[in-house]
Design a protein around this ligand. Structure first.
Ligand code: SF4
Ligand code: SF4
Length: 435
């Protein structure tokens, strides 16, 4: 083997998935049917077992080829396979390691590199840049420019920026930023002191959801603090394979939200929660932060997990509707939370809850997947909406902002006008409904 090949092989081994994790796979294939890409394509190399096999080959010195990248890029990182695996293979960790390794091999154009660095390193971690970008997005959408560009097809001329545009959520004014740093009092007797993580992009795109979250917590006797120095949790960086950037953001978040000051720290974004709960692992080699990360994670709860664990206060009015629920992969597979949101839905009087078929199969959102792997994402979304339509539900619920965006797009393309809401927004509706 040439010296350069030996060095490349060594680099693969140190940056990629851990061999001990790879070795846990016994190739039984029990995960195959839980894998959306395998179910769509029927190809072993696009199954969890096939991907683990390929990662193993690379870990043992095989070159990283375009084919390898293709099969890994097509993975949604939904972790459905992790839930199905009886041998405890930590697939989420494997794919994160493999993607971090691939980052060193990717050839990106100057513009794509610049946009990526701007989005993942500067924009999400700067509140003022997010505010400027949010205002720009609002003007772009409210002025009718977005509609015109899309209708005429001119958007395609923007190249990679066109892809980013397709991902852009709606800007909700007023943004949630002015609420950061405030404390909202509990209604009635105070039961808990809660830190609420408002997210980064969510302050622009899910401002109403954040407000609803605060109201529902207040209704249930929580004093809600929105810590002033909080920022992006690092989930986007983790999923993009930018581990060092994610570690930097994790340290900043831990410093901004001192765990000892709160009974609980909540997030309403399952995608963020999944990364936040893995801070212990992300900072496992950091002597200064290992213990702080442990304390932080011990207090961290998804909003559905927290509300389902306490006795909900009475006062909800009947919601006369048929509803169904789509599991967020980051909640169901990443955090193993499936019963909490269902318990909350059933707590709302008057509604009929109908489970859809394959509620815990990915809807195709998966961060930027729906843009980068648009064909597969659309295929998955179409099948998802067929299952939603079969329930005849008029409200489609989920518990993660990214899923809500994808499901709204799904309703526009394949649905029957269903209203798409976060579970907390349903509770807020019930609490605020007038008789
Ligand atoms: S990941 Fe788990 S379920 Fe899938 S083949 Fe390996 S051991 Fe079997
Ligand atoms: S993470 Fe999802 S798409 Fe990727 S291999 Fe596992 S089940 Fe398949």
């Amino acid at each position: 083997m040439a010296e350069s090949e030996v060095m490349a092989a060594a680099e693969h081994a140190s940056a990629g998935p851990k061999q001990a994790d790879l070795d846990r796979c016994v190739h039984c294939g029990l995960c195959l049917n839980a894998c959306p890409t395998y179910r769509e394509l029927g190809l072993e190399m696009d199954s969890p077992r096939g991907r683990i096999y390929q990662m193993n080959q690379v870990a043992n010195g095989a070159p990283i080829t375009p084919d390898y990248m293709k099969h890994l890029d097509l993975c949604l990182a939904c972790r459905g396979c992790e839930t199905a695996c009886p041998s405890g293979v930590p697939y989420g960790r494997l794919i994160e390691g493999a993607r971090a390794q691939l980052e060193n091999y990717r050839e990106r154009g100057l513009l794509a590199r610049g946009v990526r660095a701007l989005l993942l390193k500067r924009l999400v971690s700067s509140r003022s840049l997010l505010q400027i970008a949010g205002a720009g997005l609002y003007l772009y959408q409210a002025s009718g420019l977005q509609r015109a560009l899309r209708a005429t097809g001119l958007i395609k001329l923007l190249g990679p920026l066109g892809d980013i545009e397709a991902l852009a959520p709606s800007a909700e004014v007023p943004f949630f930023f002015p609420q950061i740093g405030k404390t909202f009092p509990a209604e009635g007797e105070k039961r808990f002191r809660v830190a609420f993580l408002a997210g980064c992009i969510a302050n622009v795109a899910f401002a109403r959801l954040n407000e609803a979250t605060v109201r529902v917590l207040q209704k249930n006797g929580c004093e809600v603090v929105i810590p002033s120095q909080q920022g992006c949790c690092g989930a986007l960086a983790v999923h993009a394979g930018l581990r060092e950037e994610a570690q930097r953001l994790a340290r900043a978040e831990i410093d901004a939200v001192p765990a000892k000051d709160f009974d609980v720290i909540v997030t309403n974004a399952a995608g963020c929660g999944s990364t936040l709960k893995e801070y212990g692992e992300l900072l496992g080699d950091d002597d200064a932060y290992r213990e702080k990360a442990h304390d932080f994670v011990a207090k961290l709860k998804d909003i559905t997990e927290f509300l389902a664990s306490i006795e909900l206060r009475p006062g909800m009015r009947a919601v006369d509707a048929v509803v169904t629920y789509q599991d967020s992969c980051h909640l169901a597979h990443g955090q193993k939370i499936t019963s909490a949101p269902r318990k909350l839905i059933r707590a709302v009087p008057g509604l009929t809850f109908r489970e859809m078929v394959a509620a815990d199969t990915c809807c195709g959102s998966a961060g930027t997947y729906n843009v980068l792997q648009n064909e597969m994402a659309t295929q998955l979304l179409e099948h998802k909406l067929q299952n939603v339509n079969a329930t005849k539900a008029s409200i489609l619920l989920s518990a993660n902002p990214g899923c809500l965006l994808q499901l709204r797009a799904g309703v526009r393309m394949f649905g029957r006008g269903q209203r798409v809401m976060h579970v907390v927004e349903l509770l807020d509706l019930a609490y605020s409904s007038k008789e």
